[in-house]
Design a protein around this ligand. Structure first.
Ligand code: TYD
Length: 140
């Protein structure tokens, strides 16, 4: 997968005098089935998260409250996103290295994942990630 396949997806807003509502439906406004939801909260000042890629998992990151940045990397190219709206999410395909950083004080990051948690499908070592990217490209 390449960083060009990652993208911001905007969700519709229903706004009236009570406030706003948005929604996400699997395979309708996001391109995968949702197997898992997790969220990051109480994020320490200056902390970064991520620093891994997934062999299988596709995901979507949303800044529900506050803001943060995400750098994604396919081994050849990097791209930076600034997430700061509850009605948009960053879609990240499998085999993309990601780093989440510059969290605001109150940040709440919601993550939707295509697969159940399985530590075996994580790649947490950047050199191993690069080796797999090169191997996968040469096999195609
Ligand atoms: P980690 O992968 O370090 O989080 P991040 O991607 O935000 O940097 O996960 C922290 C811990 O939580 C680690 O021990 C694995 C565990 N974990 C689960 O048990 N289930 C999950 O769905 C996730 C995302 C993490």
């Amino acid at each position: 997968m390449t960083v060009t396949e990652a993208r911001i997806i905007k969700f519709p807003i229903f706004k009236d005098k009570r406030g706003s509502l948005t929604f996400i439906e699997e395979l309708k406004n996001i391109p995968f089935n949702i197997s898992r939801i997790y969220y990051l909260f109480d994020i320490r000042k200056g902390a970064s998260r991520g620093s891994h890629a997934h062999k299988l998992n596709e995901g979507l990151l949303i800044s529900i409250v506050g803001e943060f940045k995400v750098e994604i990397d396919d081994g050849f190219q990097k791209k930076l996103f600034h997430l700061n709206k509850p009605n948009e999410g960053l879609y990240i395909p499998k085999m993309i290295w990601r780093n989440l950083f510059d969290f605001s004080d109150n940040a709440l990051c919601l993550a939707l994942a295509s697969h159940e948690y399985d530590e075996n499908e994580y790649i947490r070592d950047y050199d191993s990630f690069l080796k797999k990217v090169i191997k996968d490209r040469n096999l195609k």
